[in-house]
Design a protein around this ligand. Structure first.
Ligand SMILES: Cc1ncc(C[n+]2csc(CCOP(=O)(O)OP(=O)(O)O)c2C)c(N)n1
Ligand SMILES: [Mg+2]
Length: 279
């Protein structure tokens, strides 16, 4: 898929996110909007996956360690054909598989997440297994920046460098907000890039809502021989909906009918602009 098509896809995914959360009256809106470009880049262009064979041995692995922002992932998995799109309408309803956090009963999900801080350690294990088996697959782990306050992230970071896992990619959705305010107020992280470098990772800092930058960076992996890659994806929480961007309470704000229609209108205009440019 070309960049314009990927950008249009991300706008469509953001519309799905809002519709799902509006229908369910629950969800994590801001974080799902901020990482929509990242999951789009991974699932439509970068990762080796086969929706018809979700357990293929040589598949690339993806773990959404910031499991609360699952809505954009459900939308992508449905659109890629891991399960029927109609199931998105059951999000967070009683009896659904599409609950409010990744659930490995759903094809394409590698690990149940939601308790922050656990995904990277499992991704380290997957990348190490690939190396030991002489297999070519990679492990991608998407973390939140608030999640960086969890000590277990740093144990996994040490292990990833210790085992020279250049088939391991950590991505931080660096939107500078977590649940109750800015990351720097709740638990200061800076200098975050220097910390990851000190832990032995090759750090690449980009605009995480810029599709071209995401593709260029992800296509250049491994970015340094013998080192895991950390992509500092500087994003905007609530991206794509002007009145949700950088507003802390949109972390789990459910849009009302008026907000939904304004938001869908903005995203439809974005989608249309990409389509026109793509012609
Ligand atoms: C171990 C753990 N503690 C607390 C929470 C509650 N919680 C859910 S989302 C969240 C904030 C996460 O912020 P961040 O990682 O920055 O995610 P994003 O901004 O991308 O939504 C918290 C504290 C949790 N899910 N797991
Ligand atoms: Mg955050």
């Amino acid at each position: 898929m070309e960049i314009r098509d990927l950008q249009a896809k991300a706008a469509q995914i953001r519309m799905d996110v809002l519709n799902m959360i509006f229908r369910a009256k629950t969800g994590h809106t801001g974080g799902s909007l901020s990482n929509a470009d990242i999951v789009t880049a991974l699932y439509y262009r970068i990762m080796k996956i086969d929706p018809a064979n979700p357990k293929a041995k040589d598949r690339d692995r993806f773990i959404l360690s910031k499991g609360h922002s699952v809505e954009s992932l459900w939308s992508v998995l449905a659109d890629r054909g891991f399960f029927p799109k109609e199931e998105l309408a059951t999000f967070s309803q009683f009896g659904t598989k599409l609950i409010g956090h990744p659930n490995n009963k759903v094809p394409g999900i590698e690990m149940n997440t939601g308790a922050l801080g656990h995904g990277l350690a499992v991704a380290v294990g997957m990348a190490l297994a690939a190396k030991r088996d002489g297999a070519g697959y990679r492990a991608f782990c998407l973390m939140g920046d608030g999640e960086q306050a969890e000590g277990s992230v740093w144990e996994a970071a040490m292990a990833g460098a210790h085992y020279n896992l250049d088939n391991l990619v950590g991505i931080i959705d660096r939107n500078r907000l977590q649940i109750s305010g800015s990351t720097e107020e709740v638990m200061g992280l800076e200098p975050l890039e220097t910390k990851w470098e000190a832990f032995g990772w090759n750090v690449v800092s980009i605009d995480g809502n810029d599709m071209q930058a995401l593709i260029d960076t992800l296509e250049a992996i491994p970015s340094a021989a013998g080192k895991p890659t950390l992509i500092m994806a500087n994003t905007v929480k609530g991206k794509g909906v002007s009145f949700a961007e950088n507003v802390p309470h949109w972390h789990h704000h459910v849009p009302n009918e008026h907000e939904l229609s304004l938001a869908l209108g903005e995203l439809a205009a974005t989608l249309e602009s990409y389509r026109r440019e793509g012609v």
